[in-house]
Design a protein around this ligand. Structure first.
Ligand SMILES: [Fe+2]
Length: 441
């Protein structure tokens, strides 16, 4: 894949450059190279590990600039102007640098080709025609660029293409919406007023970068908070260390197997992390009791989904998880709690969590008993399907295990929770003075 993309870009560049066009304007070329370099130097990392660069605006401007011998010049701007600090500092392997350059060359070539093809249809001063042309040129650039970026990120992070695409596409689309018309405008101003007049456009570019950064930071903060809450309950319920993290992975994999959308999959993963958060409200003497609970104690324990829902409800970001957490102990035949819902009336996310929860509990060691293994766990799930568990969900889990084995649950972009021993934590604090200082007092 890598070699094909790099090879295609190389062939296009050689074809365009032999022989070089006679009307090549070095001044305009150098100007767009410089502006693109300034815009590319610091890309922003979006969720899904896709980088958002701000070079789209200047590259589209180069495509639309009538003073450049295109597509020859625009493709060379794409090659030279899109170098980032990471390339110069050698933070990415050489083939990554080549792939990224090839990606920009191919996207710019696609945009330039679209402009050439549509040119005969657009008369001078035709507003709708020009508008349609800008949209088509932008789309050509965006489709090639995003497809290749997402493909690369998906291979690098071993995540499914659809997942990386859906995590990043909205942000990329918003960026394009702002950058493509701006690129066109920059070309018009450069041609009509002068190249110097396009320099103030770097300010909205910087603002766009700020917006991207804020989005990435907000999401990181959110996932960090969810992870902290999840660790809080794990720390309290000492028997089940790491349980929530594993339930989250299993539930996410089942949701993917069942063909749910990416937003829904992420919701199920987050609910998996937080499904037992309500146990914070259950007294320790009940939560930690090593022997069987009596009726009153069981009644108190059964309130934890309700407590969980009340804890999550006030937060707008966590509210979509409330129904899943509230119903994660509802049985398929209606014999569960807290509301005794049955069948399809139980939210699908909750039907997935109860299967993931049971499977995880059976396949991991506890202080009071050993794991029973995948095969016997599946037998148990099958025995209770239709009673406690939704048969479709059990079938999805079975299919997943048949195909991929237990490693089916490794795909998640939620930050992993690291459980340290006190000794490990001490060592880390000694090694990392910043962290240590933050913990003083
Ligand atoms: Fe629970």
């Amino acid at each position: 894949m890598l070699a094909a993309v790099i090879g295609a870009a190389g062939v296009i560049l050689i074809k365009l450059s032999a022989p070089p066009p006679f009307d090549f304007n070095l001044g305009s070329f150098a100007f767009w190279c410089l502006v693109t370099l300034v815009a590319s130097v610091l890309p922003v990392r979006l969720p899904g590990d896709v980088l958002a660069t701000l070079s789209t605006g200047p590259l589209i401007a180069a495509v639309f600039d009538p003073n450049l011998a295109n597509p020859f010049a625009a493709c060379w701007v794409a090659l030279i102007g899109t170098f980032e600090l990471r390339d110069i500092r050698r933070q990415i392997p050489w083939y990554g640098t080549l792939f990224n350059r090839a990606n920009f060359v191919l996207s710019t070539f696609a945009a330039s080709l679209t402009l050439t093809v549509t040119q005969p249809w657009v008369r001078h001063g035709d507003a709708w025609g020009t508008f349609a042309q800008i949209v088509l040129v932008g789309l050509a650039f965006a489709l090639v660029n995003n497809f290749l970026s997402v493909l690369a990120a998906s291979v690098r992070t071993h995540s499914p293409f659809a997942k990386v695409w859906s995590l990043s596409v909205r942000q990329v689309a918003v960026g394009l919406l702002g950058q493509v018309p701006m690129g066109w405008l920059m070309a018009q101003i450069a041609d009509g007023v002068g190249y110097w007049a396009t320099v103030p456009f770097l300010i909205p570019l910087a603002l766009a970068r700020y917006t991207f950064t804020k989005y990435a930071e907000t999401r990181e903060l959110f996932l960090g908070t969810v992870s902290a809450l999840s660790q809080a309950i794990d720390a309290k319920d000492g028997f089940t260390r790491g349980h929530a993290d594993r339930v989250s992975r299993i539930a996410g994999a089942i949701a993917r197997e069942m063909g749910l959308g990416e937003t829904e999959i992420e919701r199920v993963e987050l609910a998996g992390l937080l499904h037992d958060i309500g146990k914070i409200g259950v007294e320790d003497r009940i939560l930690m009791k090593p022997v069987r609970l009596d009726d009153d104690e069981r009644e108190l324990m059964r309130r934890h989904p309700l407590y969980g829902a009340s804890i999550l409800e006030p937060s707008a970001a966590l509210r979509p998880l409330v129904t899943i957490v509230l119903h994660h102990h509802e049985n398929y035949d209606g014999s569960g709690y807290p509301e005794g819902l049955a069948g399809e009336r139980i939210p699908l996310g909750a039907r997935i969590i109860i299967v993931a929860d049971a499977y995880e509990a059976m396949t991991s060691d506890r202080i009071y008993r050993k794991a029973i293994g995948h095969q016997r766990a599946l037998e148990q799930l099958n025995r209770y399907k239709g009673l406690q568990f939704d048969p479709t969900v059990v079938r999805a889990l079975e299919g997943l295990l048949e195909r991929n084995g237990p490693s089916a649950f490794e795909v998640s972009d939620l930050p992993p929770i690291n459980y340290e021993t006190l000794a490990q934590l001490r060592i880390r604090l000694t090694r990392d003075p910043l962290l240590r200082d933050a913990n003083v007092g």
